[in-house]
Write a protein that binds this ligand. Structure first.
Ligand code: ATP
Ligand code: MG
Length: 411
């Protein structure tokens, strides 16, 4: 078994690894079984492939029991590193490990471990697992052999609880994976596994977070934004565009529909809606969204409502909103505090975009005192005067489609 003394290692470095750099993925939702598990893995493989398109000349994805291996034959370590980072955006992955795939012999495993630990300081531990029990060494034998080689080469102390570095060794059917650390993924379910929905996207903080959370539960989403045009500038559209471009890294192929809503707001205002204007306009938005969603094959609407956050989000008003449409309205933020929502917005990189100034279309008609207990009969009366069915049809017709795509360099 080749071992090195510390002096040799520091001059010449560890011996070359006899293996291939790859990305080892740990998948979420381990509770899924049978057919659902199969659908999860097939969809995930497709989504990973789409996310890394163009990043390496060739990408191969191998599904194994509970893990997935992404190889890029011919790509160097730095390229594989970039693949791993990009793949952490794909929903359904819990960890992405930049690993060495080496031959199934202890000497190859040891060389990979030495290469990974080269130049590191602090304590370490080796943890082995065998998915293939035919390997000549047991897990604990492998731990001890590789650990001893690292001690001999670099003089680092072994510490089994809370080490600075963990060398993980996973013996698989055809090869052994060796890695240290890893990049945390998003968890959840692969996008597309749960169907399709339409997100009502304002320029605010909440709705992008709502979109993220539903994508993470496997929904593929389209986006719908109402601008105050022609009575406001286009700033809110630019924000919606920038938000979708950022969110697109979690699903790819995103579509943004923009509806100029200014004239409809004026109509609502002159219909005598008064204190009900905010809820009345949200109902028009939802009706319009329902028509757009049906056209796109969406089976639900998604909003960023959180209970009690603003006057339109009381329980009575939420009930009045649900009454306007047949499609279910998903509200993933309903029980979240604003600070929690903001933390999540920061993590998914939408907060700074949401905080840019714009003229929210909603400020156009905000009454001095908004109704917190809207009555559905009153709303229906207003809507009759508005001829709301036709209004929603016209608004849906006027939607302009955009395709804001995530670009690696734009982030
Ligand atoms: P957000 O931060 O998402 O704007 P908010 O707390 O400001 O939410 P509201 O303005 O009452 O709350 O909007 C509630 C939800 O209604 C939003 O989360 C969004 O889903 C939808 N919505 C509001 N305004 C628009 C708009 N101009 N275009 C599309 N959807 C909107
Ligand atoms: Mg808002």
């Amino acid at each position: 078994m080749p071992t090195l003394d510390a002096a040799t290692a520091s001059v010449t470095g560890p011996p070359p690894v006899d293996g291939e750099p790859c990305v080892l993925l740990k998948l979420g939702e381990v509770v899924l079984k049978g057919k659902n598990r199969e659908r999860f893995e097939r969809r995930l493989a497709e989504n990973v492939r789409a996310a890394v398109r163009g990043m390496a000349p060739r990408v191969e994805i191998v599904r194994r029991h509970g893990v997935m291996v992404v190889r890029a034959p011919g790509a160097d370590e730095a390229a594989v590193e970039r693949l791993a980072a990009r793949i952490t955006d794909v929903m359904g992955i819990v960890w992405a490990h930049r690993a060495w795939a080496v031959g199934k012999d202890p000497a190859s495993v040891e060389r990979a471990a030495l290469a990974l630990m080269a130049g590191r300081t602090g304590s370490f531990a080796v943890r082995s697992r065998r998915r293939d029990k035919r390997f000549p060494l047991t897990s604990s034998e492998l731990d001890r052999t590789v650990g001893a080689a690292i001690v001999e080469a670099y003089g680092l102390p072994v510490r089994l609880s809370d080490p600075d570095h963990t060398v993980s060794i996973e013996v698989d059917r055809d090869e052994v994976f060796v890695f240290t650390g890893g990049l945390p993924g998003q968890g959840g379910l692969p996008v597309g596994m749960s169907g399709r929905a339409l997100v009502l996207l304002s320029g605010g903080i909440d709705s992008p977070v709502a979109a993220y959370r539903m994508m993470r539960r496997g929904l593929r989403v389209d986006f719908l934004h109402f601008s105050g045009m022609p009575f406001t500038g286009p700033e809110s559209i630019y924000k919606a565009y920038a938000l979708v471009r950022e969110l697109d890294r979690f699903q790819g192929g995103s579509r943004l529909f923009v509806v100029p809503f200014g004239k409809a707001q004026q109509q609502i205002k002159s219909s005598g809606a008064d204190r009900l204007a905010v809820v009345a306009q949200r109902r028009v938005m939802l009706r319009t969204a329902e028509l757009v969603a049906r056209r796109l094959g969406g089976a639900a609407l998604v909003t960023g409502d959180a209970l009690g956050q603003v006057s339109s989000q009381t329980l009575a008003n939420i009930t009045a909103l649900d009454d306007a449409v047949e499609l279910p309205i998903l509200r993933p933020l309903i029980g979240m505090d604003k600070t929690e929502i903001m933390d999540q917005a920061r993590r998914i990189r939408t907060l700074s975009i949401s905080e840019l100034p714009d003229e929210d279309c909603c400020t156009l008609l905000a009454p001095r005192r908004a109704e917190t207990r809207a009555r559905i009969e009153d709303l229906r009366l207003i809507e009759k005067r508005l001829d709301v069915g036709e209004l929603a049809e016209r608004l849906a017709e006027s939607a302009q489609e955009h395709r804001p795509a995530y670009a690696e360099s734009a982030s």
